[in-house]
Write a protein that binds this ligand. Structure first.
Ligand code: DX5
Ligand code: ZN
Length: 229
């Protein structure tokens, strides 16, 4: 397992975004997670490609752009051009998911598919061999600061099993309610990319919070591999 911590800027102070991501990077952030919402697919609005472009200039790690929008194909090129290295799209928004995955890859980014809490794992079956990562939503998308949905842990296990059956090495990303209280169980279930908004940017010290979350995740990963051995 390769643990990666992806602080979500949704919980950061947008007037001091550069300082917020710098602190997270000093604490060991492996990615910066950018939540894009359109007020249609989810009942909230956030940011677009200009913010990704500004972040790209100051962030050293890859930008992980989570598109919670309708008709993502229309906007994917703008996000990749602005500097997104990873792009995830929601299965619920796309009737032709495989075409969108190929499209993201053709632009040179890593392609991920996100699934909402009520979406069955089986919806990934046909596209599993083509994915670079799967994003399991552990809250309903739209807002930061929600409580982790406990069933997400078994969902991560089921996604890992599906990917393994398909011969896929795709990593599982988990998003929503990840903190020091939930990280252990999701990593043991197979999550490797951990998105955290409130747990990092609402903490008194984002650098220290990132470091602590990463240490806890790495400890859980070591425990998981010891128990498999
Ligand atoms: C929710 C977003 C998340 C959000 C997570 O729709 O996809 O990335 O920022 O926030 P926390 O970590 O506060 O649950
Ligand atoms: Zn997200």
């Amino acid at each position: 397992m390769r643990i990666r911590i992806a602080p979500s800027i949704l919980a950061a102070d947008f007037a001091a975004l550069g300082d917020a991501v710098a602190a997270a990077q000093r604490g060991g952030a492996d990615l910066i997670h950018v939540d894009v919402m359109d007020g249609h697919f989810v009942p909230n609005l956030t940011v677009g490609p200009p913010v990704v472009r500004s972040l790209r200039r100051v962030v050293e790690v890859p930008l992980d752009v989570h598109l919670m929008i309708e008709d993502p194909d229309r906007y994917i090129p703008a996000f990749v051009e602005a500097g997104a290295s990873m792009v995830s799209v929601h299965v619920e928004a796309l009737p032709n998911l495989d075409r969108t995955i190929s499209f993201i890859k053709s632009l040179g980014a890593r392609a991920g598919v996100a699934i909402n809490p009520a979406t069955p794992v089986g919806s990934l079956e046909e596209v599993a061999p083509d994915l670079d990562f799967v994003l399991v939503m552990s809250v309903n998308p739209g807002f930061g600061g929600q409580a982790f949905l406990p069933r997400s842990t078994s969902k991560v296990r089921a996604v890992r099993a599906l990917l393994d059956r398909a011969g896929s090495q795709a990593a599982i990303e988990i998003d929503g309610g990840i903190d020091l209280g939930t990280v252990d169980r999701v990593v043991r279930a197979g999550a490797e990319i951990l998105v955290a908004g409130s747990a990092i940017f609402h903490a008194p010290d984002a650098e220290e919070a990132t470091r602590a979350l990463k240490a806890a995740a790495e400890q859980a990963a070591r425990a998981a591999s010891a128990s498999r051995a």
